[in-house]
Design a protein around this ligand. Structure first.
Ligand SMILES: C[S@@+](CC[C@H](N)C(=O)[O-])C[C@H]1O[C@@H](n2cnc3c(N)ncnc32)[C@H](O)[C@@H]1O
Length: 260
């Protein structure tokens, strides 16, 4: 299945809003003011819109899924910010070399089947002295735990390269700065959260479909993991969610490939 068809499954806007905080935090913490930003795998535009709202000089949001870019466009209009949306694969982005001071990707390029090409493309887009900043779910955080709990049901799934600092550095280079971050996700209850994933999160919808009659067993394990990580409070069920933020700084003498 191609990535656009994959990510158009379910309704990413519903679940993506549950974990929008990292994108907003990233834009708020990076001094984006006056910088040219390219947000890869922008989805509904959470990070791109936050970057524009924080005064970026220009923002381009790139995604392969037209349905998600339509929602991103609606949200940017609602927020009153200008963003250029580009339907494209992050492995081959139709933008010139060195067009960005900052290339961001929240839980985006880490889904690349070919991370070397995705990172090379991000580097190509970044000006000398600029930065690439991306986030990924960590092994120790909620989504890493969910993946591990369900791993035996999906023996063919490739091992993730983005769940630990060592694995990220093995792909992105020893100079990659990797920091542990977290936010609190509030949902109604573990059951309601798992139902939302089951209805709207593409990896879960498609994973459940592939398991067929075995899914209820996997679902029980998913539910147990969610229950074990979170706590009931007066405001609902609170889940601390750990993730990693990786920063790569392009050096002034880094050569750009000639493509693009
Ligand atoms: C988990 S979502 C993250 C979206 C957004 N960055 C966020 O923080 O909510 C993953 C996104 O990656 C996009 N995507 C996956 N493969 C892609 C590819 N090869 N090229 C461009 N976008 C891709 C999907 O369409 C989806 O919007």
């Amino acid at each position: 299945m191609d990535p656009a068809e994959f990510w158009a499954t379910g309704d990413y806007a519903v679940v993506g809003d549950l974990w929008a905080q990292p994108g907003r935090d990233l834009a708020a913490s990076l001094s984006v003011e006056g910088r040219d930003v390219v947000d890869l795998a922008t989805g509904t535009g959470v990070t791109a819109i936050a970057a524009a709202a924080h005064g970026a000089r220009s923002v381009v949001g790139v995604d392969v899924t037209p349905e998600l870019l339509r929602e991103a466009t609606r949200r940017a209009d609602e927020a009153g910010v200008h963003i250029t949306w580009l339907t494209a694969d992050f492995l081959s982005v139709p933008l010139p070399n060195g067009c960005a001071d900052l290339v961001t990707s929240t839980f985006g390029i880490v889904f690349a089947a070919d991370p070397d090409t995705a990172l090379a493309e991000a580097r190509r887009l970044t000006r000398p002295g600029g930065q690439i900043v991306f986030t990924s779910w960590s092994a120790a955080g909620l989504f890493g735990k969910i993946r591990q709990a369900l791993a035996s049901f999906f023996p063919e799934a490739p091992a993730p390269w983005h769940e630990t600092a060592d694995d990220i550095r093995a792909v992105a280079g020893r100079d990659a700065q990797v920091t542990e971050e977290s936010f609190v996700m509030t949902v109604e209850s573990p059951e309601q959260f798992v139902s939302q994933l089951e209805q709207h999160s593409a990896p879960v919808v498609l994973g459940a479909a592939s398991l067929g009659p075995v899914w209820p067993q996997a679902r029980e394990r998913l539910l147990d993991t969610v229950r074990a990580v979170g706590d009931h409070t007066g405001d609902g069920f609170q889940l601390p969610v750990g993730y990693l933020r990786t920063t790569l700084t392009t050096t002034t003498d880094e050569p750009h490939p000639t493509t693009g």
